[in-house]
Design a protein around this ligand. Sequence first.
Ligand code: NAD
Length: 244
Amino acid sequence: MGRLDGKVAFCTASAQGIGRAAAEAFAREGAKVFATDINLEKLKELEGINGIEVRKLDVTKTEEVNALAAEIGTVDILFNCAGYVANGSVLETEEKEFDFSFDVNIKSMYRTMRAFLPKMIEAKKGSVVNMSSIVSSYKGAPNRAVYGASKAAVIGLTKCSAADFIKRNTIQLYLSGTIDSPSLRDRMKAMGDLDKAMASFLARQPTGRLGTTDEVANIAVFLGSDESSFITGSEFKVDGGWSN
Ligand code: NAD
């Protein structure tokens, strides 16, 4: 028996990192999973896994989101995982990058919720799981001003939506700490010296290590399952104690 038997899950940004680990974990627990990403080539690595269907989706395109929602119909789990990290202070982040960050990190969630929620409300069931970050209204970090602002916006959207739909659906908020994902490695390399960058990230981890994508995916399974049915709008921090 899987913890998500009979459920349908829709996940964004599933070609790598946390989104991929979550899509795999949902499928392992018995869900039928629509795994989506802008990078179809990489996403195709998931093809052949029992229960997973892949679809190309750019979360910044409203028509693409709406078309896919119309094709798929009612889902039980909407996992909004797409995110982009703009590196720099406000002085170093151009308006174009500000707008792009907000489009990928928060407007995408507004889009998918508008596309999928009406059918979930009609069915009187289902969980929306939105990925925010400890770097938000929770904690400041250098060179993350616009990223942190967009992830704080995720907290507002999620908590207010939880209040709006509290009688029928759970809207879950999920804050991740520093997780060893491909894009985190890329950001470390971009800092010039991978070992030095890794040491600086580890120095702020009370656990002395980074989180794994599977450790985050486990919480996504819980939040998408009926086990979390009396939890809505609460923050789930998966950060190895960084924000304590
Ligand atoms: P990642 O950055 O390694 O991968 C992101 C995925 O998003 C890629 O597969 C990419 O192709 C896809 N993507 C990018 N733009 C897209 C678009 N417009 N439409 C659809 N897909 C798109 O992933 P990650 O580091 O595991 O992060 C996943 C989420 O978790 C993000 O929202 C991120 O902000 C959040 N998060 C990550 C960390 C961390 O340390 N890794 C910490 C806190 C929060």
